[in-house]
Write a protein that binds this ligand. Structure first.
Ligand code: SF4
Length: 414
């Protein structure tokens, strides 16, 4: 979640309710973070010193909503700099067109026309998102991202990028001098491909063997892994991929229809939200003027609850008995909208009271909130660092070079 300020009940039903459910499911280890670097991709020209305060506000709302630091890792993206390092490495294998054709890229540039988004940071944000997810590959059996339909293309892009990365840095050639038959077939095929004379498996020097491994990798990258294995036929077993990063998967989340007070999507900028710490009197005042079925103009007109935002809210906050009363009363003009809204507000207040109470407790102790995200960031960082240790080795294999040099030094007695 980006740190753009306090959260409203739309955020609760759009995401947090599901996050709480997942943290309580023993099948998942949950990582939830405040995406402060992502906020910069569109808000870099604004006062970025507000971000820490917004981060505290959001974390306070998370805790009030039931997220529990004992059950889920709650952290801040910029406190885990390994996200940025992996983003950089992923950028090396990601073709520019993949980012340019992400559907939200052009849409957002149009929607946010008042901002200058012709930056690399904005173009590359789906890549940073991929790094944010797959940096938690270490020890993971699967990586799932709870998202709505609109975010699926981002996850798909992430899968493509990970596949490409794994291929570039996880391709291994097992050919050994003992396996003459495989060596003969693979060597003659690959050397012929690069117009190099093939000395024959029996006369192959160690230097030529390492050249063969290098050329095999090059050839596989040129024609693609699947084609390469096909061409190697019965000797395909001499090659394998080690997945350095886990491909992410979308966990599609169905969110209930939850309009704002004016019937549009609930958003801070529309001024149509109920905040998670809203007072009873504010809730009553705001819901009194909520839009209803536009066709129900007079008290005596029957209405249709299926097109009424008040009824959508009833479905989330009211018990069945009240739902039946509202639907029946609306359709028969047996009740007026004023009493219908008042009943809904009563149940909304009942629902929000414990959330608001928890929020007040955390508001009084911002140091505790800070401690929770600092601790969470340390936990997240331990996992991210383990992934990066492995990934760095896969890219450069410095360990091998160090051992070689240390071995040489030991042999020469220096
Ligand atoms: Fe909406 Fe209730 Fe009025 Fe029907 S009676 S239009 S459900 S507010």
């Amino acid at each position: 979640m980006r740190p753009t300020g306090r959260l409203h009940i739309g955020h609760y039903f759009g995401a947090l309710e599901n996050w709480v459910r997942l943290q309580n499911d023993p099948d998942y280890d949950c990582f939830y973070f405040i995406a402060d670097w992502h906020a910069l991709t569109t808000h870099y020209a604004e006062d970025t010193r507000l971000v820490p305060q917004h981060t505290i506000e959001i974390t306070t709302d998370w805790l009030a909503s039931g997220l529990d630091p004992e059950k889920a890792v709650l952290f801040v993206q910029s406190q885990v700099p390994e996200h940025a390092e992996l983003h950089l490495l992923l950028s090396m294998v990601t073709p520019l067109e993949w980012l340019e054709r992400v559907p939200t890229y052009k849409d957002q540039i149009r929607q946010l026309a008042e901002k200058d988004l012709s930056t690399y940071g904005f173009l590359g944000y789906p890549l940073l998102q991929t790094a944010d997810i797959v940096i938690y590959s270490e020890g993971a059996k699967g990586l799932f991202v709870p998202v709505g339909e609109d975010q699926v293309p981002h996850i798909e892009l992430g899968r493509e990028i990970v596949r490409t990365f794994n291929f570039h840095f996880g391709f291994h050639v097992d050919l050994a001098v003992q396996n003459e038959k495989a060596l003969e077939y693979v060597g003659s095929t690959i050397f012929a491909r690069y117009k190099k004379p093939w000395p024959g498996a029996k006369r192959l020097s160690l230097l030529q063997l390492s050249e063969l491994k290098m050329l095999s990798t090059l050839y596989a990258k040129e024609i693609g892994y699947a084609n390469f294995l096909r061409e190697m036929g019965e000797h395909a077993g001499q090659f394998h991929l080690i997945d350095q990063l886990t491909e992410p998967a979308a966990m599609l989340t169905k969110t209930p229809r939850f309009p704002g007070l004016d019937g549009r999507r609930m958003a801070k900028s529309y001024g149509n939200a109920i905040w998670l710490n809203e007072t009873d009197s504010e809730i009553r005042k705001k819901t009194k003027v909520m839009v209803t079925d536009p066709a129900r103009k007079r008290r005596t007109d029957p209405g249709n609850p299926d097109v009424c935002p008040v009824y959508d809210w009833h479905k989330l906050f009211s018990p069945q008995q009240t739902l039946d009363w509202a639907a029946q009363g609306c359709r028969t003009a047996g009740i007026g909208c004023i009493e219908c809204k008042a009943a809904m507000a009563d149940h909304l207040i009942q629902w929000i009271s414990p959330v608001r109470e928890r929020r007040l407790q955390y508001e009084k102790h911002p140091a505790r909130v800070l401690e929770i995200i600092d601790e969470g960031s340390k936990k997240a960082r331990r996992v991210a660092q383990a992934t990066m240790r492995r990934v760095r080795e896969a890219v450069f294999d410095w360990q091998q070079k160090r051992q070689e040099i240390q071995g040489l030094a030991a042999n020469s007695g220096s």
